[in-house]
Design a protein around this ligand. Structure first.
Ligand SMILES: [Zn+2]
Length: 108
């Protein structure tokens, strides 16, 4: 989930896969680089599913036209500029290792 999906008809953007565009009903999506986002808010989850880090710091960031919730690196605070790192291990368990996006400092 490190690319933003942009409706090829109207330009609506989302990180979350959808069958139809919420604005125009279009069904064709172009994958775009999200660029730099702004971290809006953070929270810490202290009880996580098995294999997920604890405490699990999560944030919501606003990118051009779309917001995303993801794990965040240590030291990030609301207002910081972030990029998406797609090499983050989200969970390790019986079904293998799940890699996903994490917010990282822009200058990392
Ligand atoms: Zn659309």
């Amino acid at each position: 989930m490190t690319k933003v999906l942009e409706c090829s008809n109207c330009g609506y953007r989302t990180f979350y896969k959808k069958k139809h565009c919420l604005e125009c009903g279009g069904q064709e999506w172009n994958k775009q680089e999200p660029g730099v986002g702004e971290l809006l808010a953070i929270t810490t989850v202290h009880v996580s599913p098995e294999g997920v880090r604890e405490p699990n710091r999560l944030g919501i960031a606003r990118f051009e036209g779309a917001n995303l919730v993801a794990q965040i690196r240590k030291g990030l605070n609301p207002g910081d500029n972030v990029k998406l790192d797609d090499s983050n291990i989200l969970r390790e368990g019986d079904n293998g290792t799940h890699v996903g996006a994490q917010f990282a400092p822009v200058d990392d």
